[in-house]
Design a protein around this ligand. Structure first.
Ligand code: SF4
Length: 223
């Protein structure tokens, strides 16, 4: 990546950068290493696929996921246009573009988006712990929704912890857009600085145990 390379990011990519810039650089930019799928990641992908099939096409949930029905059915029954696994992207000028556009700056996928007049509902399914919920992802999805759906003035968004039967919700209005972008500015500035200087800081932490970068001094082989 040269000093003139533009940032392209997603919520998870930015989070990976914040967790450890060195790992982000090695995995996401240089493609020197690939992150190994954990059992939990495989389970999460499977649940997301099953819920997408159920919401989008009415395909019956597999037997072992039937207990999610009670949480998802109220969403399926909501009024409005429903978009499951809806892909959105923006250019650096925060203009909507196609997900695969070469000009995209940020992009993301909403698990379930419902547009009902001037109000949108955003739901993100979580299969992990609800102990330390991070609603920042909802902010980014809300920002993209405001850009892609100009008729939307209000957004109700929530993290649905399907395994724990809990829901963390936030509400936004179009006037919040500037403040919401502000939540990402410091991390994006740090990413830009790393790109411009070529310095990708090493950030040792608990995640080193799951890191594939075996050339790092802090690499710990998984047992
Ligand atoms: S082992 Fe730890 S410090 Fe080293 S790159 Fe991986 S996450 Fe970063």
């Amino acid at each position: 990546m040269t000093a003139h390379t533009r940032i392209k990011w997603s919520f998870s990519g930015l989070k990976d950068f914040v967790n450890c810039p060195r790992q982000y650089h090695e995995v996401k930019i240089l493609n020197n290493f690939a992150k190994k799928s954990t059992q939990h990641m495989v389970y999460g992908t499977d649940v997301h696929q099953a819920l997408e099939n159920y919401v989008k096409q009415g395909i019956t949930l597999p037997k072992n996921y039937q207990h999610f029905k009670a949480m998802v059915d109220p969403l399926v029954d909501m009024a409005g246009d429903k978009y499951a696994e809806h892909k959105m992207a923006l250019t650096e000028d925060k203009i909507p573009c196609s997900f695969d556009s070469t000009d995209y700056w940020v992009r993301g996928i909403v698990d379930l988006l419902v547009i009902d007049g001037d109000t949108a509902y955003i739901v993100d399914y979580k299969t992990g712990s609800n102990k330390y919920p991070d609603p920042k992802q909802l902010k980014l999805m809300a920002l993209m929704t405001f850009s892609h759906f100009p008729e939307v003035e209000y957004i109700k968004a929530g993290l649905l912890f399907v395994v724990h039967y809990s829901f963390l919700s936030e509400e936004y209005k179009r006037d919040d857009v500037g403040k919401l972008w502000g939540a990402f500015t410091p991390d994006l500035m740090r990413m830009k600085q790393a790109i411009d200087t070529g310095h990708w800081a090493v950030k040792q932490g608990p995640l080193c145990g799951w890191c594939p970068v075996d050339t790092c001094d802090f690499y710990r082989p998984r047992r």
